[in-house]
Design a protein around this ligand. Sequence first.
Ligand code: HEC
Ligand code: HEC
Ligand code: HEC
Ligand code: HEC
Length: 490
Amino acid sequence: MKITELIQRHPWLAWILFGGTAVIVFLVGWLGASIMERRSEAVMQYQMVKPIADWEPRNEVWGENFPREFETYRSTTDTSFESKYAGSKKRDLLAEDPLNVVLWAGYAFSREYNQARGHYYAINDIRNILRTSVPQPATCWSCKSTDVPRLMNKMGPANFYKGSWDSLGHEVVNNIGCQDCHDPKTMNLRITRPALAEAWARQGKDINTATRQEMRSLVCAQCHVEYYFKGKVEKYLTFPWDKGFSADSMEAYYEEVGHIDFVHTLSKTPILKAQHPDYELYRTGIHAERGVSCADCHMPYKNEGGVKFTNHKIASPLENIAGSCQVCHRESEETLIKNVNDRQDKVMEVKLLAEKALVAAHIEAAAAYKVGADSSELVPALKLIRSAQWRWDWVSAANAVGFHSPLEATRVLSTSIQRAEEARRFITQVLIKHKASPVVPMPDLSTKAKAQAFIGLNMPKLTAEKNEWKKKVLPVWDAKAKERQGSANY
Ligand code: HEC
Ligand code: HEC
Ligand code: HEC
Ligand code: HEC
């Protein structure tokens, strides 16, 4: 007899079947929920194999407790991935775009400037770059190492910033890592860099009230931001956000405090050098507006043997589209990469127009001085160049070639072009007034070597001096650091 016929004869059987199914569904659900609960307890309690001391800078020591996070973090040493514009491979940005050399004439960036790579290289790269051959303040270490919170706790931030870069070389030896973003007792995200907390406080906000989702970007905003060193002696690390986060607001801030990073050797313009305003540019984009954090794209979840954890291999998301983008977007990997590259191509096109206009303005101003113009005649042009260069650099120095906010990046670059061209028109009038040709010939700037020779850099000499210094100083720093690491109270 079929079950349907049975039910027709005895209707109460249907109720028994229904009740039985309900009980089974409930039991399966309850079991599932209890497994989930256990798992989240396992994640939340952080059974430490070895308690972590308050200012422990060594990532390996934290790693003993959290092998998955540590292994993925350590794989930021992998430099094999390269995308169209970024990636972890060492890329010489001056060779890729020699116009940068001329834009930074008079500043150490014209000597060497590379694409950012993994956090694990931070110490190595700051030691080796030709920019640290000129005297730098200790403030330069601020975004490079887990030793920074340790030293700031010991010395106080103001004393930390005041010293010279060299004076802390033997102290700052551990690469960016766990201590920079985590509380060692609870493993909660925390802010260890006072400059960020102070910038929030000046806006009347307490950083301790940030939500978890905000923290997933703010830990990055400790370093991936625009900043300057306030005070000739103090060199106090400061974020120029008092008037807002946009290129315009920060420019207004810098005008008010009269900040100058360097004077351009060709045009004599007092220049503002933008650092890497990744967080600020990101904030103007659609992802930030929709509440997507830096960690959502750069630190997606990963599954290993049923354990879900945060992938600490912070790098280009194009290396891992499935984890980084396809959590939210249904498009294919090829489409998503194309979407990124399309936006970058367009930003790059406008960025190069801004560079050409700016380089011409610097060279034409130099020509005006040559025919007898003095800087007072060029004041309006220099103001325009200063603004144009800040706006170009604000986008150029930020990572991702504008992807974090393509529309805003393009807007800011267009205002750069407008100001640079306006400066050039003004300089042309000055040239005519001095009876010189308004058409200034442009030098050959097609390679990094030619551009560096044009601005008068002796690269073989600078490189030889750096190599001498490395041979002499680095072994001493490393020996001292090793000695200290062996001692009880590191
Ligand atoms: C919607 C996803 C997304 C968010 C959110 C996001 N990024 Fe990115 N980021 C990207 C993409 C895509 C690139 C371009 C990678 C490439 O061209 O290879 C990139 C590039 C970068 C790079 C350069 C990578 C390299 O290979 O050198 C840095 C640094 C960076 N982002 C930092 C940040 C920071 C800091 C935040 C938060 C303030 C952030 N990103 C938010 C997607 C994102
Ligand atoms: C640049 C900042 C940063 C650094 C450096 C960093 N983390 Fe994290 N970590 C995060 C973020 C963001 C999360 C996600 C937290 C959240 O969503 O609440 C996280 C989550 C974690 C978690 C929670 C479990 C999980 O995987 O989601 C552990 C444990 C952890 N990290 C350990 C480490 C260890 C160990 C190191 C050093 C090897 C380290 N982290 C370095 C930012 C960082
Ligand atoms: C303590 C300062 C600091 C913090 C905090 C920090 N970064 Fe970085 N980041 C750096 C520096 C410095 C570099 C460049 C290292 C190099 O090239 O030697 C870098 C490089 C990168 C790169 C390029 C990696 C590659 O392989 O191309 C990405 C992407 C990045 N950071 C994203 C982030 C994100 C996302 C966060 C937050 C979760 C974050 N960073 C937090 C300082 C920091
Ligand atoms: C946490 C969810 C989330 C993640 C992760 C994410 N996105 Fe998005 N993305 C969004 C949302 C939301 C929008 C806005 C569109 C909307 O609201 O319909 C958006 C918009 C976009 C747009 C169109 C914006 C524009 O400039 O016109 C592109 C392109 C894009 N995402 C690419 C990416 C890529 C590439 C990644 C990975 C690196 C990524 N997204 C990661 C949620 C996400």
